[in-house]
Design a protein around this ligand. Structure first.
Ligand SMILES: [Zn+2]
Length: 277
């Protein structure tokens, strides 16, 4: 990626009429932002002609796109049919995202269901291998990025995702700083700890990982069990000023997606802080 870009998780709230992905992309550019995540969280429904319009519009106004897959994904489900449906949802997200000009997709891969994390890891790995194989065959070129999750009951620690990235081609983590903070009961909230995350990624996965990163940020409420709900950055304990400084220090490039309730509000806040000299 050419630089660190910022945008909302979905169509900006400021767009009150004609709330389509195409108009959303235009609004993002109008707001001075340069990225947007396409939200397929309740299902992947975007006809091919819409996807190609989204792609053309995003190129025209220089907005980089990512996509978020459906919430109903659990590659560790007890039921085979649900695992198959989860695989299909990830494939469909990738197909539509690619057609719409997105370079990266993210999703919550699995819940542990009280299984041994190592066993769950193997299941997720096998599913991702088959997903990536299918995408290869179809010529769909997107990064497949399981997200760092906000609860200890959900598969998706940073370590698990780094290992998956090593074991499966086309896989890299989507680094959700709010989730990592909540998942660890309030840790990972200082310059040193944010830097530790980026150093770890660079050491394990190479500089390329920081040159094309997919980040999620928001304020977050949490308990010892992890994530409760997302809140705006200014209402949260997340040390986002320090986080922005660490992004600068490491010169990370890629896309930062704001998942705060105010969506573009926090994307604008972070972008201003990042480019402030
Ligand atoms: Zn997510």
């Amino acid at each position: 990626m050419d630089r660190l870009r910022f945008g909302p998780a979905g169509i900006p709230l400021a767009l009150t009429k004609n709330r389509s992905a195409v108009e959303g992309v235009r609004k993002v550019a109008e707001l001075g932002l340069d990225a947007m995540e396409l939200e397929f969280v309740y299902g992947v429904r975007m006809p091919p002609d819409t996807a190609s319009k989204v792609k053309a519009t995003a190129e025209e106004v220089d907005v980089a796109l990512t996509a978020h897959g459906p919430y109903y994904i659990n590659l560790n489900s007890r039921e085979k049919a649900k695992v198959e449906a989860s695989v299909k949802r990830i494939l469909d997200t990738a197909r539509v995202a690619y057609a719409a000009g997105s370079s990266s997709i993210t999703f919550h891969a699995a819940t542990y269901m009280k299984d041994q994390p190592g066993k769950v890891y193997e299941k997720v790995k096998d599913c991702l291998k088959s997903i990536v194989r299918t995408l290869r065959e179809e010529g769909v070129e997107v990064w497949v990025r399981p997200e760092t999750t906000g609860k200890g009951s959900q598969f998706g620690s940073l370590q698990e995702l780094v290992q998956l990235s090593k074991d499966v081609e086309m896989v890299l983590p989507c680094v959700d700083f709010a989730h990592i903070h909540a998942r660890t009961g309030g840790k990972y909230n200082s310059r040193e700890e944010f830097a530790e995350i980026l150093s770890y990624l660079e050491d394990e996965l190479g500089r390329e990982c920081l040159d094309d990163i997919h980040i999620h940020v928001s304020g977050i409420n949490y308990t010892e069990k992890g994530e409760q709900n997302h809140v705006n950055l200014e209402e949260s304990d997340l040390k986002y000023l320090d986080l922005v400084e660490v992004w600068k220090e490491f010169n990370v490039k890629g896309i930062v997606v704001s998942e705060s309730p105010n969506l573009e509000g926090d994307a604008i806040l972070l972008k201003k802080l990042y480019y402030k000299r």
